[in-house]
Design a protein around this ligand. Structure first.
Ligand code: ADP
Length: 369
């Protein structure tokens, strides 16, 4: 039949959400999971192993036509080992580093002439930036873990080194844009999206970014294209940005499907998940046009709610347009366990946001009716 198998290292919700479009296209997806219970391992072929084990991953890769990632944690030496053994792996080790190491990413943005906050790599001594500033663990951070506001030398001394220090940017909004690039060099961008954060975690996205001037939108799209070309991206990437008036600065890159691109499942002609599969298989990319005036996504964070399915009924009856995505992950306080999405045409954005907020609060147990 000649349908390819895409191997995904990692079996969380991002791998799980690739399965819908893969099923439609007839593509096989095999995941390299850390446990049989992982979100994607529950619903597709999986191999359980340690992603830092070169030989285990090579074995996995041999049963795949192409390998990609859904998290940043696979060490560079492991990716390079696979490449040396002829595994087709996207993004490449050389490209993936910009998702794995925030210092390397800052250096690359500087080299590409793109707007960075003032920054430095810090090992010891007196910092070049004045307090307060932001310190970041160069590797392994997520959802605000590994990011600290530093007020004094004592706080800085207490953190493990090296660190990336950045000026504390006084931004008005955080914006993210998804971009895809295939090996043949084709590039597509989606509409930029507003990411609303609470305690370092994105709680909601709104697409398009309300009141974003057209010139700024174009600037953001062009910036994401410059990065995609500059790092030879293959697959999809989220470019997270700060907006300071008419100025845009890069915050960080994620070279994989991303939470800020979940809206594309129902809100764009081609979702980030389908596009990622197309890109790593070197197929022509799909149309990224939005399918509605607005798409509002709300993240459901783990709380004390246990009966998730039992709560669908009320919400579905209340709003037949609401779309549900449950990742079937173990409930843990603050962990992203699902999301809801509403698209709308010819309507007030505030109404959509209210509905999404209600659904999120109800599903996460903040309200009971
Ligand atoms: P993570 O890897 O956890 O996503 P980020 O680098 O995106 O880390 O930082 C998390 C949050 O911290 C950002 O969404 C933003 O709100 C804040 N932040 C990060 N860098 C800066 C900065 N230089 N200035 C001000 N706030 C920042």
């Amino acid at each position: 039949m000649n349908f390819p198998t895409v191997g995904v290292v990692g079996a969380g919700q991002l791998a799980r959400m690739m399965l819908g479009p893969a099923t439609n296209l007839g593509i096989n997806v095999q995941v390299f999971a850390s446990s049989d219970d992982d979100s994607a391992a529950q619903v597709t072929d999986s191999i359980v192993g340690d992603y830092t084990d070169e030989l285990a991953l090579l074995d996995f890769a041999r049963s795949c036509d192409v390998v990609t990632f859904e998290h940043e944690l696979v060490p560079q030496n492991v990716i390079r080992f696979l490449e040396k053994h002829g595994v087709k792996i996207f993004p490449s080790a050389e490209t993936f580093i910009y998702s794995q190491d925030k210092i390397a990413m800052r250096e690359k943005m500087k080299q590409l002439g793109l707007p960075n906050p003032r920054y430095q790599r810090y090992d010891s001594g007196v910092p070049n930036l004045s307090f307060p500033f932001i310190a970041k663990a160069p590797q392994g951070g997520y959802d605000g873990k590994g990011v600290w506001v530093i007020e004094n030398q004592g706080q800085l001394d207490a953190l493990p080194k090296p660190l990336l220090l950045e000026e504390k940017v006084d931004f008005s909004h955080e914006i993210s844009i998804m971009v895809a690039r295939s090996p043949s060099g084709e590039i597509k961008t989606w509409s930029p999206t507003l990411t609303v954060q609470r305690d370092g975690i994105c709680i909601r996205t709104v697409t398009p970014v309300p009141e974003l001037p057209r010139e700024l939108e174009l600037q953001i799209r062009n910036l994401s294209i410059t990065i995609a070309e500059g790092i030879a991206l293959i697959g999809v990437m989220a470019v997270e940005l700060f907006q300071i008036g008419n100025l845009i600065m890069v915050n960080e890159l994620a070279l994989r499907p991303h939470n800020s691109g979940h809206w594309t499942i129902e809100g764009a002609v081609t979702s980030q998940f389908e596009q990622h599969l197309r890109a790593v298989l070197d197929l022509p990319l799909g149309d990224t046009t939005s399918t509605a005036d607005w798409a509002v996504m709300g993240n459901i964070l783990g709380g004390n709610q246990t009966d998730m399915f039992g709560h669908y009924g009320l919400l579905m009856a209340r709003n037949p347009n609401l779309k549900f995505h449950h990742y079937r992950k173990e409930m843990r306080e603050g962990r992203k366990i699902g999301h809801v999405l509403l698209i709308g045409n010819d309507c007030e954005l505030a109404g959509l946001e209210r509905e999404v907020e209600y659904a999120v609060d109800y599903l996460s147990g903040v309200i009971n009716e």
